[in-house]
Write a protein that binds this ligand. Structure first.
Ligand code: MOS
Length: 769
């Protein structure tokens, strides 16, 4: 994500445009392990409770913390009464801005920025407990540390805060006229203009021009944010933290506590979901370390579900205009997509809302514009498909509206406007087989049977809808170390995070394929800053980043093994290069005459216990030359009750083109998970924000609705599985494409069923009555 422009700017300055392409990866078509539906290697540990999440470590003398949060949006703490809390049973300390350990303001960087120049990933640069100022309703004002969690929470309820209230900016609508351009939109330039879109729109034979709105969303990963902080007698800090980026936490905490980075270790072995909510460092992690420092004991700060709403930002609401102008034959002449979202001055962030309009359809005239409005709230951040998931609601709804105006099948409209090169950058696509995904999906779903107006089953109106999905391929620099042991096992090490996606499983599969070993012989160590620096788990980049670094590390280690094997002896390897060999059966074997040797034999013969190599994947030069995206087409059927307006999803097919699929089972699960999250965004998910007080009024899963089993139909997933010649193993990221386009597919199906066009999410009953 925010990678995008910054990494590319560096790539340009180093002349990436002129670098020759790497030869396509021979493993892009390998099928021994890659592609197989291998079960999660940590599945058993998770379902039997053996897997330990951040809040489940039990260092000796562990104390528990609870936070007190502000009840005003803006102002100053006049007084903070902590005496009652301090006297409560079990309380060790009550920490406020008046007695906090010294901390520097955290370095704020948009989520998932990466690279040497980036030091820290805080969501906000406000000093934590640095002064008496309040910047949002829900900001932490005190931390209570006690022997037990219950004691800490009870004592927190006794802290009494008096405020001097100041006027706050809380209404997105009222402040729209103050909109300004953001620095970037998650790496994309905020403004792009090709041709004269407004005049082309005015002259177009057929046009649609509408405003679409999406609401504020909050993060609700299954595992709420949790940290355990342990300081040792030498002033070193160890954190068990539920994060998407252990090195980001390490850099942030070393900056805040003025520590040499070597003195901070961050461990995130198991993480129960994240979706962008754990991509930044939020105040809870910093406060946990401060609390542990203050009491001189290990401290756990596990946020309650409500505290996650108060301390951890989510997806900003959006207001978008999409205007499309077409010739009578359906050819697009003009695409206009403008988007506005609120953010904060202490951590400005604009999602890539207009990304789909930049890369999806051919048109001579394109106008893209993103703006931001500043409010006094918690910082907003990335949330699965940050930008495209809500941007596609507007664009793909508009495509449906245009198809209706043109009396064209909505799939045909997309076929007519399929671009041959990236519509805004002009770059060739690295791998785009959108039409294959679309045709395969239409056939399997039975799209041809759809009628232009609704069908009926008793009181249920039935309709079908489609929408396209598109999400960029990103690759952050990552370093991986690979060791081959004399017993024929291998160890792959990198600081990567497995937040439930299946990182460990896929990387084991990949290394086994690369090295010619059975998967049982490969171990993957991750989630710890004592390991080589991996990419953050975000922007759907991690699998591709690690596969590339692992490929290079495996190649290095195999070269060393080859030279070790050849050293002083003719043997089977005399005069051959690595590319004359294949890795199989636990060793290297000649492709021509099949002679070779196992790793065990080579290492034993040379009396070596192991041999290892490390490689970094470096900057994503390929992104300079190619427009790289994952694609998909959603097909859905809805049933809308004509009297109550209730919407039920009855069928779903997601058809994807995301390069080579590395694990059939995990990929299908990722796509399904994205679609389910999208169903929530389409039909129910919404943060209720009180514009008078700045308070989130539904901070619990009882009132903040997400889909449950009965809301979700069987979801069929198919994919093209066509490797990208320009990525390692031919893979693309798949973590976020699933949610993209989902709400438009549902809105389009609802229109087909009812004739009602809903341009504001979520599509609740009231909007259909
Ligand atoms: Mo994500 S929103 O890149 O975790």
């Amino acid at each position: 994500m925010s990678t995008g422009s910054r990494l590319l700017a560096r790539a340009v300055s180093t002349g990436a445009r002129f670098l020759p392409d790497k030869a396509p990866d021979p493993l892009r078509r390998a099928h021994r392990h890659l592609g197989k539906p291998l079960d999660r290697v940590d599945g058993r540990a998770k379902v039997t409770g053996q897997a330990r999440f951040s809040a489940e470590f039990r260092p000796k003398d562990l104390a528990h913390a609870a936070v007190v949060t502000s009840t005003i949006a803006k102002g100053r703490i006049r007084s903070i009464g902590t005496a009652a809390a301090q006297q409560a049973a079990g309380v060790l300390a009550v920490i406020t801005h008046e007695n906090t350990p010294t901390m520097k303001p955290p370095p704020a960087v948009p989520p998932f920025s990466s690279g040497e120049q980036v030091k820290g990933t805080a969501a906000s640069d406000l000093p934590v407990f640095g002064d008496a100022m309040i910047h949002w309703n829900g900001q932490s004002v005190a931390v209570v540390v006690a022997e037990t969690l219950e004691q800490a929470e009870y004592a927190a309820s006794l802290v009494h805060v008096e405020y001097d209230v100041q006027p706050a900016r809380l209404s997105f609508d009222a402040l729209k006229s103050t909109a300004s351009a953001p620095y970037d939109a998650l790496g994309d330039p905020p403004h792009v203009e090709i041709g004269h879109a407004e005049s082309a729109l005015a002259q177009a034979a057929v046009a649609v021009d509408h405003v679409y709105r999406t609401p504020r969303h909050n993060h609700n990963a299954m595992e709420p944010h949790a940290t355990i902080a342990v300081w040792d007698e030498h002033g070193s800090l160890t954190l068990y933290d539920s994060t998407q980026y252990v090195y980001g936490v390490k850099d942030t905490l070393s900056a805040v506590f003025s520590l040499d980075p070597g003195k901070v270790r961050v461990i995130a072995q198991y993480v129960g979901g994240s979706f962008g909510g754990k991509g930044n460092v939020w105040d809870n992690t910093i406060l946990c370390a401060a609390a542990a420092k203050a009491v001189g004991r290990p401290v756990q700060l596990a946020l309650s579900r409500e505290a996650v709403f108060r301390l951890v930002g989510g997806r900003a609401p959006s207001e978008q205009r999409v205007a499309l102008g077409a010739a009578p034959d359906g050819r697009l002449r003009a695409i206009i997509h403008t988007a506005l979202n609120p953010t904060v001055e202490h951590g400005p962030h604009a999602d890539a809302i207009t990304a789909p309009a930049r890369h999806s359809y051919a048109a001579e005239h394109i106008l893209i514009d993103q703006r931001i409005v500043f409010l006094d709230t918690l910082a907003n951040t990335a949330m699965r498909g940050p930008g495209p998931s809500v941007g596609s609601f507007a664009l793909e709804s508009a495509m449906d509206e245009l198809a209706y105006e043109l009396r064209l099948d909505p799939l045909e409209l997309r076929r007519i406007n399929e671009p041959t090169k990236d519509p805004t950058s002009g770059h060739p696509f690295s791998s785009r087989h959108f039409m294959e995904a679309f045709d395969g999906g239409a056939q399997q779903f039975g799209w041809q049977q759809r009628t232009p107006c609704s069908q009926r089953d008793g009181q249920w109106l039935i309709g079908q809808g489609v929408a396209a999905a598109q999400y960029h391929v990103v690759r952050f620099p990552a370093v991986v170390r690979v060791r081959i042991n004399a017993d024929g096992t291998a160890l792959v090490q990198t600081s990567a995070q497995d937040n439930g996606m299946g990182t460990a499983t896929v990387q084991i599969q990949h290394a086994a394929e690369r090295l010619g070993l059975p998967v049982e012989n490969v171990r993957f160590e991750y989630g710890d800053t004592i390991l080589p620096k991996s990419a953050p788990a975000g922007a759907s980049n991690q699998a591709v980043a690690l596969v590339q670094a692992t490929r290079d590390a495996c190649e290095k280690v195999q070269r060393e093994i080859l030279s070790l094997a050849r050293n002083g002896s003719g043997g089977p390897f005399a005069g051959v290069r690595l590319d004359h060999l294949e890795a199989r059966d636990g060793g290297l074997f000649r492709i021509d005459d099949k002679r070779g040797e196992t790793y065990v034999a080579i290492l034993k013969r040379r009396d070596r216990a192991w041999i290892e190599a490390q490689a970094g994947s470096g900057l994503p030069f390929e992104m300079m030359k190619y427009s790289m995206h994952s694609y998909g087409m959603h097909f859905c059927e809805v049933r809308v009750h004509e009297e109550t307006g209730e919407v039920r999803i009855s069928r779903w097919l997601g058809s994807f083109d995301c390069g080579r699929i590395l694990n059939a089972k995990l990929a299908t699960s990722q796509f399904r998970g994205g679609i389910i999250m999208g169903i929530g965004a389409a039909l129910m998910e919404e943060t209720l924000f009180d514009e008078r007080s700045g308070r989130i009024v539904n901070p619990s899963l009882a009132e903040y609705h997400v889909p449950v089993h009965l809301d979700v139909p069987d979801i069929d997933i198919i994919y093209t599985d066509i490797p990208d010649e320009h990525t390692a193993a031919g893979a693309h990221g798949i973590g976020e494409i699933g949610i993209t386009g989902v709400s438009a597919a549902i809105a389009n199906a609802v229109f087909n069923a009812t004739g009602k066009r809903i341009r504001e999410l979520p599509i609740t009953l009231d909007k259909l009555l």
